[in-house]
Design a protein around this ligand. Structure first.
Ligand code: IMP
Ligand code: MG
Length: 185
């Protein structure tokens, strides 16, 4: 399927699953090289990360553990603006080498908020691995240690990423089509 319809939008195939798996294998090798024997703790940011986290985790060789958190954002009062709450962190992070796993980093705000929460946890180190990255949208003040594939600043879906909850189940990555694309179809 080169074109799919999800809710009211049409998407076209953008990155083949084989290329995605190659990027994940490279990230796994990098993490193994840098953290071998240090019992890293992977911390996946739900929901979108669940497929990437599963595929990556199977490729990791060093003894390690994994846990998942969620960043819930909701509107606070007028003065506080957006409030980000960290949900689901039960692990003791003291002296752990934490590897944050994200499906995609866009503006970087989600990770920035998560890093703030992790600040008071006395970790041994915190690294960030993101499967996809939109450099043109990025406004964060942190560096990303492991990047799978850089993509343009466009809305994508598939491989765990959703459009209003749908489309996570496709194994390839799709990009939303613009009106011109639809005309030449
Ligand atoms: P950020 O906080 O702007 O970096 O956005 C990160 C989160 O927004 C990701 O974890 C995704 O859940 C979601 N997101 C960002 N870009 C896309 C996209 O193109 N498709 C689907 N979800 C996205
Ligand atoms: Mg996400």
């Amino acid at each position: 399927m080169d074109q799919i319809k999800v809710l009211d939008k049409t998407f076209k195939k953008f990155i083949h699953f084989v290329q995605i798996q190659e990027a994940i294998a490279r990230i796994a090798a990098e993490i193994d090289r840098e953290l071998y024997g240090k019992n890293p703790l992977f911390l996946g940011v739900l929901n979108g990360v669940f497929i990437f986290a599963g595929d990556l985790f199977k490729m990791i060789q060093t003894p390690c553990s994994i846990s998942f958190v969620k960043m819930a954002s909701y509107r606070g009062t007028e003065s506080t603006g957006k409030v980000h709450q960290l949900i689901g962190l039960q692990e003791d992070l003291t002296d752990r080498h934490v590897v944050i796993l994200e499906d995609i980093i866009d503006s970087g705000l989600t990770i920035e908020m998560l890093l703030e929460h992790l600040n008071n946890h006395h970790t041994a180190s915190v690294r960030i691995a993101s499967l996809f990255f939109k450099p043109k949208a990025f406004k964060g003040h942190f560096s990303i240690d492991h990047i799978g594939i850089e993509i343009p600043n466009e809305f994508v879906l598939g491989y765990g990423l959703d459009y209003n909850g749908f489309g996570r189940n496709y194994r390839d990555l799709y990009v939303v089509t613009k009106d011109e694309d639809e005309l030449v179809r």
